[in-house]
Design a protein around this ligand. Sequence first.
Ligand code: C5P
Length: 234
Amino acid sequence: MSAKDVIVALDFPGKAETLAFLDRFPAGEKPFVKIGMELYYAEGPDVVREMKARGHRIFLDLKLHDIPNTVKRAMAVLSRLDVDMVNLHAAGASEMMRAALEGLRRPDGSRPLLIAVTQLTSTDDTALKRELLIDTPMAETVLSYAQNAARSGLDGVVCSPLEAALVKERCGADFLTVTPGIRFADSAVGDQKRIMTPERAGQSGCDYIVVGRPITQAADPVAAYRRCVKDFLG
Ligand code: C5P
């Protein structure tokens, strides 16, 4: 079992809504949180500093993709925010991924975990073939991108919980799988298509599960978070 923690996706439009949500948790309970583009672009780096000061671990989900030098310099800025996990698009290729790692390294030798996005789950086989001109089937493309990320020294990939075991088989047991698409057996599916319960995810080689609406939209978010942690970590 590789299950490590539940990451709560803070998919809120601004700081006020985010703090209102986090203030529901007792003072000593600090979930690992994900800050994505919406919140980051609305509030800037201050929202990251504030979450950090409140004692949260942070996955900053900005999915960088640019030339190696630009990504290296941007990653150096993000690393100084003292976040715990960041990501990029594996489509930027190995030179960009290695440059990102260099940029993330802090003077004391530490760095945030670096996770790759392989193919976005919104890209289907038709778009892959007709628009991206990739003839290799989706599943193989995802695994091949994951292998490139592993060879470049990255720590893991974002993937479906249904792909986690296969990723570990190809890239090694220590290569992290960070998996959205999590739903309780009795919660609304919403727009997610390939879903798994926290309990099954815990048994399926997922290291971190990223959970948004089943927690943020619950009548009792703290109870939903605790249920998720209990189910996932066993
Ligand atoms: O609300 P829900 O649990 O579906 O939220 C899942 C989170 O994971 C969202 O922040 C979403 O953007 C993110 N995500 C995803 N699927 C991917 C990549 C990221 O759902 N393939």
